[in-house]
Design a binder for this molecule. Sequence first.
Ligand SMILES: [Fe+2]
Ligand SMILES: [Fe+2]
Length: 171
Amino acid sequence: MLRLEFPESLLTGHAEVDRQHRILFDAADRVLAVREASRDTVIPAIRFLLSYVHYHFRAEEALMDAIGYDRAEHHRRQHTMLREAVEQVKEAVLAGEDMDRIAARLHVLFLDGYVFHIRNVDAPLAAAARAKGKEGEDALPPSRVLVQAGWLSSEHEGVDLPRPPDASNKP
Ligand SMILES: [Fe+2]
Ligand SMILES: [Fe+2]
């Protein structure tokens, strides 16, 4: 089975941005890993992926605001499209779509859409943030802060925290 591994060529040099991108790819890979176990294990995996997408995009958008980024509008538009695409995958899972098709959707979305976005849209943002000294752990605000600011729905609060081991979520 084709899995999704974070391509090292996608590293932006911004440690926090890169850390979150690895989590995104790991979360998508987990959906592929558990898909043969049962639909019950796939649903929490796709929900986590979608939540993390919501969080990560909002965190980057907060970073863009913080540095007064001039390409923020274009960047936000791509986030909206990519988020909608993951929403559609989740809906397909919930609708009972064949898991091979779900896997194909995720491959196309990550190896095409996300790779393009990270390489061409996130990398310049990461460089601009580094140039302004915004590259520490606080460069991307935690979900708690984004929820308090009204940027992120409370249903996604805590998605950025380390998850406790969950046997039902294992491949
Ligand atoms: Fe982005
Ligand atoms: Fe990103």
